[in-house]
Write a protein that binds this ligand. Structure first.
Ligand SMILES: Cc1cc2nc3c(=O)[nH]c(=O)nc-3n(C[C@H](O)[C@H](O)[C@H](O)COP(=O)(O)OP(=O)(O)OC[C@H]3O[C@@H](n4cnc5c(N)ncnc54)[C@H](O)[C@@H]3O)c2cc1C
Length: 412
């Protein structure tokens, strides 16, 4: 039986690098093509939550420990109102011990660094923008903006929300991503002070007027935050007359400590607004020897903190299936991959979207009702549903020493 010799991976994001690392582990040569010209630009981006399921998948390619080592373990997920009232507090130690994998916060760049090292710089071609592909019975050829081409047995489109591979697969007939109606202003700020932002808790504040605010400590000195503003709220955030920091500080001026202090401590250039999009769940991820993965296949809103987690899961499953598959049977393997992953990722996309709509509430009365609902159900029903979705039993579970974490921060 002829095994797969070479895979072309388009995009050096989390999905592409995870898949490449998994393929190399399976003995399949992988070359990654990235449109961005420099590693520095690739490493940009703020903080990040990786839940237990992501670590369980990373373990299957031997990278969980390295990622955990540069992360801070989360012990609580706390929900509050914009008056500071605690609505729910999930203890994460129980699930961490049960599934033997942590939930962690980390810098996006830390994850990229581990994945890049696993793949090897020499296998990542920067400044290589794919413009299209052609395929025949024997293989697939990727075409790049500089006129060069590359040939492989399989092409993996890990090129994100506005994927060129996806557009090529659909011959240009592709609706744009679905806008969620809100923007996430994300940043990392230098803000020491355990009493201000305690290590090991992921805070999730829900307010009226279409505003939310998430934050957690990344290490002794740094805090990651996301201000999520609905379009109606954002209309009042005047970044023409004011800096981003000043405009957000005004929008959140009635919010409880430390929200104001977190915003005030942040450098203007560190605040990056991202309009949140996804795609309604749907199939058609593969065509012959070409397949989509990560945000190119199943982009989702940020509400479950699972977009990267799902990209990692998909990458590990795909690498495993290709490692066991025959070269001639690549199209069939890719169809089976989609069948294996479609339902789970669709559940994530839909649930994440629904949670996001709860944040679009504007009136004080409806916000109060939402608070009551969260107070009544989030510690029990919502936590159960969230974990049911996250750890659905389809993932392999092997022992992981969970004490890993930078300087023991947040470790139990
Ligand atoms: C504000 C915010 C917060 C988030 N927080 C979390 C979180 O806490 N936890 C979580 O799990 N997820 C989170 N996500 C989601 C997560 O960021 C994404 O799901 C994840 O980055 C998707 O990875 P990817 O590799 O599929 O795509 P991307 O990260 O978008 O990578 C795609 C890569 O392909 C390259 N590329 C694009 N076009 C081409 C081309 N034509 N040729 C070559 N290369 C190309 C791009 O330059 C890029 O490097 C968050 C998202 C946002 C917006």
């Amino acid at each position: 039986m002829a095994t797969i010799g070479k895979a072309l991976v388009i995009g050096a994001g989390i999905g592409g690098l995870t898949t490449a690392a998994g393929l190399l582990r399976q003995g399949i040569e992988a070359e990654v093509f990235e449109a961005r010209p420099s590693p520095g630009r690739l490493l940009s981006g703020g903080g990040f939550m990786l839940w237990h399921n992501a670590f369980l998948s990373l373990r299957r390619i031997g990278l969980d420990q390295a990622v955990a080592a540069d992360s801070v373990r989360m012990r609580f997920h706390e929900f509050r109102s914009d008056t500071g009232k605690r609505l729910a507090r999930w203890k994460l130690d129980g699930p961490t011990e049960k599934c033997e994998a942590p939930a962690c916060a980390l810098r996006r760049s830390s994850l990229h660094k581990v994945l890049t090292e696993a793949v090897g710089d020499h296998r990542i071609r920067l400044g290589a923008r794919m413009t299209g592909y052609t395929q025949d019975a024997d293989g697939v050829t990727a075409h790049f903006a500089d006129g060069s081409t590359a040939r492989g047995d399989v092409l993996i489109g890990a090129d994100g929300l506005r994927s060129t591979v996806r557009a090529t697969m659909r011959r240009g007939f592709e609706p744009p991503p679905r806008y969620a109606g809100y923007t996430a202003w994300q940043a990392i700020t230098r803000l020491p002070g355990e009493s201000l932002v305690p290590t090991g808790t992921f805070f999730n504040l829900w307010g009226k007027g279409g505003l939310r605010f998430l934050y957690c400590r990344l290490n002794e000195n740094e805090v990651y935050w996301d201000a999520i503003t609905s379009d109606r709220a954002a209309a009042r955030i005047d970044t023409v007359q004011h800096t981003r920091g000043a405009a957000l500080a005004a929008a959140y001026d009635q919010w409880p400590d430390p929200v104001g202090r977190i915003i005030a401590s942040t450098e203007e250039e560190a605040i990056l607004p991202v309009a949140i999009h996804d795609r309604p769940p749907g199939g058609g991820w593969s065509q012959g020897r070409v397949v989509l993965i990560g945000d190119a296949a199943h982009p989702m809103t940020l509400n479950l903190s699972q977009g990267a987690g799902q990209a990692i899961e998909s990458g590990v499953v795909l690498a495993d299936m290709l490692g066991r598959g025959e070269r001639a049977a690549v199209p069939e393997t890719l169809r089976r991959f989609e069948a294996a992953r479609r339902e789970r990722s669709a559940d994530m996309v839909s649930t994440s979207w629904r949670i996001g709509t709860l944040g679009l509430v504007h009136s004080a009365l409806l916000s109060r009702l939402r608070d009551l609902m969260m107070y009544a159900f989030f510690d029990s029903v919502a936590k159960g549903q969230s974990y049911g979705l996250m750890l659905d039993g389809r993932l392999e579970r092997a022992p992981l020493p969970v004490a890993a974490g930078r300087s023991g921060l947040g470790a139990g």
